[in-house]
Design a protein around this ligand. Structure first.
Ligand SMILES: *[C@@H]1O[C@H](CO)[C@@H](O)[C@H](O)[C@H]1NC(C)=O
Ligand SMILES: *[C@@H]1O[C@H](CO)[C@@H](O)[C@H](O)[C@H]1NC(C)=O
Ligand SMILES: *[C@@H]1O[C@H](CO)[C@@H](O)[C@H](O)[C@H]1NC(C)=O
Ligand SMILES: *[C@@H]1O[C@H](CO)[C@@H](O)[C@H](O)[C@H]1NC(C)=O
Ligand SMILES: *[C@@H]1O[C@H](CO)[C@@H](O)[C@H](O)[C@H]1NC(C)=O
Length: 404
């Protein structure tokens, strides 16, 4: 204790320390005698001055670390007071709510566990603006980035967050003023149709869940585009009571159900579903997806050693069915043009980008319901667009999408 004092204060402190420590030692020798000792006229004033008038127990074996400022009493000279043990900065609620960046060194196991935590008090004790998390699952490129930059331009960061999963990492470095700058999450390699795609989706969801303001989670790829402006997309997503996980059940959808693999995990053919990989879900469903430890291993194992097992088109739709998740529209918000008997949807190049195409995509398939009512809008995103579509998209955007 005294070691931290300068010489002069030490000199003045010594008698008091001696007095106190002799009292302390005596007290330790015989606790029973201490009251008498305390009553001795010599010591009691001293102890009274040392011990605050509060009911501090006199028999403290040693001063607690936060008391050195009153022990010895402050001296008039400006000798430095002993540095108190490092003060812990109080962390306000906001410190827990939003991570400042997206980099971390958590393993997948650590990340999923952390992301699976959900508050149980339903009413947030702060003004909560729901954010949309845009989850980009890409391979080293974001060829339509400039269109997305224009989509986000001018809209507050309190309304959205961006996460990019890319392995290998981006080839070109991003300009620092890009909305994608610094939004790369720790990623791992993905392969078409493989279980690692679903692992990447769960990783994206988990990173998004770390920000408690994220309320809706939309999966996108490098060939996806927005087909409405930001305010429309934001309102459509945050205003919906349902998640949009494409989820259908027909004979064709059952083609990849393998009884020997799935039945032992209590996943029956009747529960099996298929659907587009491109989901848009709410926070509650996202928590279910990252915390599923019951079914995901079965899906992952079913892909081991097989190419193109397509669990990215079965796992989440089937999980939604297994969980008997009610708040789901059973359709995707991402427009896609499938062609008969082709494994990949049509890709739109520069020459396909016309006002008519946008009319078709924005008009949707018709007959969509939104919060239980008929809606003109079936889709807010579309795919696939090849890199050469960028120039005509940028040109048409102000007129047909409403930004840029
Ligand atoms: C992450 O970093 C912290 C602090 O540097 C370290 O203690 C921890 O072991 C690291 N975790 C992993 C999974 O590398
Ligand atoms: C499947 O369901 C049965 C009966 O409910 C249960 O005993 C068994 O543990 C379940 N198996 C798995 C892998 O969950
Ligand atoms: C979605 O499908 C499930 C059955 O798979 C059904 O129970 C639910 O009502 C459907 N939701 C809507 C909005 O149609
Ligand atoms: C919409 O629903 C009506 C009546 O159910 C049906 O006649 C029509 O074909 C549907 N349109 C589309 C595009 O599915
Ligand atoms: C959305 O859900 C809330 C809470 O369950 C409910 O009160 C509200 O009526 C729902 N809105 C629509 C349009 O279904």
């Amino acid at each position: 204790m005294a070691a931290t004092h300068s010489g002069s204060s030490l000199l003045k402190a010594v008698p008091m320390l001696l007095l106190f420590s002799s009292g302390f030692i005596l007290g330790m020798i015989s606790i029973a005698n201490f009251p008498k000792f305390y009553e001795s006229p010599l010591l009691s004033p001293m102890l009274h001055s040392l011990v605050p008038s509060s009911s501090r127990p006199i028999m403290q074996p040693s001063p607690s670390p936060e008391t050195p400022c009153v022990w010895p009493p402050p001296l008039p000279s400006s000798t430095p007071t002993p540095a108190p043990s490092p003060p812990s900065t109080p962390t306000g609620l906001m410190g827990f709510l939003a991570p400042s960046g997206v980099t971390h060194n958590m393993t997948d196991e650590e990340l999923l566990w952390r992301a699976s935590m959900a508050p149980r008090v339903s009413r947030a004790p702060y003004s909560r603006v729901p954010k949309v998390a845009f989850l980009f699952l890409v391979r080293a490129k974001l060829p339509l980035r400039l269109l997305w930059e224009k989509f986000f331009a001018g809209h507050g960061k309190e309304l959205y967050s961006i996460y990019v999963h890319s392995d290998p990492p981006f080839a070109a470095s991003l300009p620092t003023d890009s909305v994608f700058y610094g939004r790369m999450i720790p990623s791992q390699r993905t392969t078409w149709g493989d279980a690692n795609l679903v692992e990447a989706e769960r990783r994206l969801l988990a990173n998004g869940l770390l920000d408690l303001s994220n309320e809706r989670f939309a999966l996108l790829s490098e060939s996806c585009i927005p087909i409405f402006d930001f305010p429309t997309v934001y309102a459509h997503l945050t205003g919906s009571n349902d998640s949009f996980v494409d989820c259908f059940d027909n004979a064709g959808a059952h083609a990849r159900y393998r009884p020997a693999l799935f039945a032992p995990h209590n996943i029956t053919a009747a529960q099996w579903r298929k659907g587009s990989q491109f989901f848009e879900m709410d926070r509650a469903l996202a928590v279910e997806v990252v915390s599923d430890e019951r079914y995901f291993p079965a899906f992952r194992d079913s892909c081991a050693g097989r190419r193109g097992c397509l669990i990215d088109e079965h796992y989440i739709p089937t999980l939604v069915s297994l969980l008997r998740w009610r708040r789901n529209a059973n359709r995707t918000l991402t427009y896609t043009e499938w062609r008969p008997r082709r494994p990949h949807p049509r890709s739109h190049g520069a020459r396909d980008v016309t006002e008519e195409l946008f009319g078709k995509m924005r008009g949707g398939a018709g007959n969509c319901t939104y919060n239980g009512k008929a809606s003109d809008v079936c889709f807010v995103f579309a795919r696939k667009f090849s890199p050469d579509a960028l120039a005509p998209l940028l040109e048409l955007a102000p007129k047909v999408i409403g930004f840029g």
